[in-house]
Design a binder for this molecule. Structure first.
Ligand SMILES: Nc1ncnc2c1ncn2[C@@H]1O[C@H](COP(=O)(O)OP(=O)(O)OP(=O)(O)O)[C@@H](O)[C@H]1O
Ligand SMILES: [Mg+2]
Length: 251
């Protein structure tokens, strides 16, 4: 992926197996978010391609990719501050369930519409509430987002993605701005959820906290300067000289 003359990500190649937890680490500007934007259709790759279950995804819209089974969160929160926790979670699902037309159009139509539409709305609400309970927000469903703590807002963003029951859950620094304890709790909750889910869900987790990533991941990918410099079992990656030179300041 290049931007004008800037090569943000170069010669990156990897795969994620069903149910696998892949932890991605790397210094600021190493291309982690760019990689996620390419995987989820926010950027169209300059070269190369992304596929899911053998189907090529690159070139599709973010919404089509989400419907194909890749759900993401953003490094910076994208919530509607003046809506409630429940409404935010339902809105995220609505795009997926109703497809094409604009969210408001569909939502308004469904509120007054046919039994099928009402069942659809009820299903979205149930799925949203289940996901909110899974991230520990069951007691805050009617709170306005702006009244939530930052950590709870990050949990809500996560619930929106989980509610979609994606094949691949892609998280871009879900614990940024959280305390060490909050971060630890959130990551352990997500990984437990991924591992316990009936349908295999893969997790692609970009996270700054090296120890935490190595602890919860089945595999670790390390990026530096837009390239993958290590990809393997967390223990092996932790011993890699190049990785050590970045994270512990040399041998
Ligand atoms: N839309 C864009 N236009 C121009 N350059 C970009 C764009 N997006 C990313 N870049 C550049 O690509 C490189 C990789 O950025 P990216 O945001 O992917 O890094 P990152 O690993 O996510 O960093 P961080 O840890 O700070 O989130 C940087 O040099 C960045 O300036
Ligand atoms: Mg980033």
């Amino acid at each position: 992926m290049t931007f004008g003359g800037v090569v943000a990500v170069k010669d990156v190649s990897f795969s994620v197996a069903p149910g696998e937890i892949v932890g991605v680490i790397g210094p600021n500007g190493s291309g982690k978010s760019t990689l996620i934007n390419v995987m989820t259709g926010f950027y169209r790759p300059t070269h190369g391609s992304v596929s899911l279950d053998g189907e090529t995804l690159s070139g599709l819209s973010p919404e089509a990719i989400r419907r194909a089974g890749i759900a993401r969160t953003f490094q910076n929160l994208r919530l509607v501050q003046e809506m409630s926790v429940r409404e935010n979670a339902v809105a995220g699902l609505y795009l997926q369930i109703t497809g094409g037309r604009s969210l408001t159009q569909r939502w308004l139509a469904d509120m007054f519409a046919t039994p099928a539409a009402r069942r659809r709305a009820a299903a979205a609400r149930d799925a949203a509430e289940l996901a909110l309970a899974q991230v520990g927000l069951q007691d805050k469903l009617d709170q306005t987002v702006s009244a939530l703590s930052y950590a709870d807002q990050k949990r809500l963003e996560l619930a929106r993605a989980i509610a979609l029951r994606p094949k691949v859950l892609v998280l871009d620094e879900p614990t940024a701005g959280m305390s060490v304890d909050e971060a630890d709790e959130l990551i352990r909750m997500v990984t437990a959820l991924v591992e316990s889910d009936g349908e295999p869900m893969s997790l692609f987790l970009v996270e700054h906290r090296l120890e935490l990533v190595l602890d919860v991941s089945h595999r670790a990918v390390v990026m530096d300067g837009g390239q993958v410099i290590a990809d393997g079992l967390p223990d092996d990656v932790a011993r890699d000289p190049h990785v050590r030179s970045i994270y512990v300041g040399g041998e």
